[in-house]
Design a protein around this ligand. Sequence first.
Ligand code: F6R
Length: 611
Amino acid sequence: MCGIVGYIGREQAAPILLEGLSRLEYRGYDSAGVAVYDQGADTLSVHKAKGRLKVLSDQIEGGATVPGTVGLGHTRWATHGAPSDVNSHPQVSRSGKIAVVHNGIIENYAELKAFLSEQGVPFTSETDTEVVAQLIEYFYEGDLLDAVGRVLRRIEGAYALGILCSDAPDQLIAVRKDSPLILGYGEGCSFLASDVTAILRHTRQVSYMEDGELAVLTRDGIQCYNHLMQPISKEIVQVDWEVDAAEKGGYEHFMFKEIMEQPEALRRCISPRIRDGEVYFENFSLEDDYIRGLDKIYIVACGSSYHVGMVGKYHLERLTRKPVEVALASEFRYMEPIVGPNTLVIVISQSGETLDTMAALREAHRLGAKILSIVNVVGSSIARESDQVLYTWAGPEIAVATTKAYSTQLALINLLALRFARILGTITPEAYGAALEGFRQLPDMVEQVLSHRDDIQYFASQYFNHNSVFFIGRNVDYALGLEGSLKLKEISYIHSEAYASGELKHGTISLIEEGTLVIALSTYGPLFQKAMSNVVEVKSRGADVLALTTDSHREEMGRTADAVVTIPDIHELMLPSLGVVPLQLFAYYVALMRGCDIDKPRNLAKSVTVE
Ligand code: F6R
């Protein structure tokens, strides 16, 4: 998704902007640009290029050819208008005085564009963002802040905006509504960015802008205003991530690095949550009586986070005996969900900024439900609007395909299921103790699975040429199959589908023919025999079966499947957490062998902030 970085200080701005943009590349983009105020020429110099940031950087020699100490940079992921030089940001007004970078969508841009066109304003791009730049100029009568205020009263939609005007070159303006924007405080300089990683090399002192806020950045500091343009003071927080945590640290790909970081991420996520033989959540404000009084639990999320929700449903229902529904966030708000004060809505999101998930959260709030969110990015919009947040503490996840965030989300929802079961009295002390022991073992067991990655690499070398793959499984193995299938298709571009094994015979089995690759998941012990019969079913139609099961079932599975990968036997609740690791590795190695752009798969973005 688009990325913003802005700088005002005493150093040459362009190299700082390019460096910041390079930290945002992981978000996915198709073009990039910078606008810098050139004092000598008293003008804004704007440089934009379709394609990778390197194209832009080469054009301006890493920024060296662009003078000036204040500027804006942007990586664009096209929404309105195709990826092109002219549609890239910054967009400038007709006189070239005002430059704007924008994340989000201006929903009423067509109407505003028609109005400006009638007034004779010429447009050069197809973007909604150009409308903002032109409209600011239209209202501009010497007071930039006043003009911006008038524009904000007219535009609708979601936006994070950075604004620079050559008439007021000692300031940058930042505005936020429904799209994240962060302010950074340096020595004699100030920053704005859509993501903290863009400015982490320069400052760790940041503020998170709230919806409706505007900020004026100067070399001497930052003044913020609320939506009524009243001055406000913002809390400055210290970011304690290591810069290295957002870099590759010697690995070829972020995705591989993040797969390998899972044991550590799980330790960080789990160990502070188990104290004196009890599941413990920091600042947990949902009272026991409220949990006992729940009629229903909803889990709402997108993509892999939704797959975590699918596993969560099986575990929560099994342990608490409360009904649990899982909904895709993009569907939730349009399906008239039956939600009220006795419904807990669990929202799961790595980024905490996914627009569909955010919209579902707001709808659930409107209907009177409490929101518990499971989020990785601290201070993100979803975290801030929830009644209760549980942070995954996975650290920054850079690869577009999620791995360590998925694993830590899963750990948290399992811990939650266990805690709720304890409160509701639906688990015996022995079963509770056994599950806690499973959590204690999990990080080491994940390490053990990772240590066998060469086996997975070998299987990937056997199968990477297939063009179509089916993942089959029952119960939690079905949910696991959905994630394995998504991982494979999103980074290797192999067509892949996940099926509940029992559903195959209702239609899809007609696609199984000689040599079709079927990845059969059978880690869930109680259904092993059922899963075996599905393996026999597809084998007898010619499928090539790669099976995933537990060590104790290796032999039996090996009698039917063509190849078997195993995970150690562990407490039932942890099986999907172990099972996902070989599937992540398989997708990774297959994509590697097919020469794919693993960390930035085509058409995808890390944080999906459009509907
Ligand atoms: C797949 C993947 C996506 C995300 C989805 C939701 O590997 O990463 O499917 O899970 O876009 O994103 P978050 O969790 O940030 O809301």
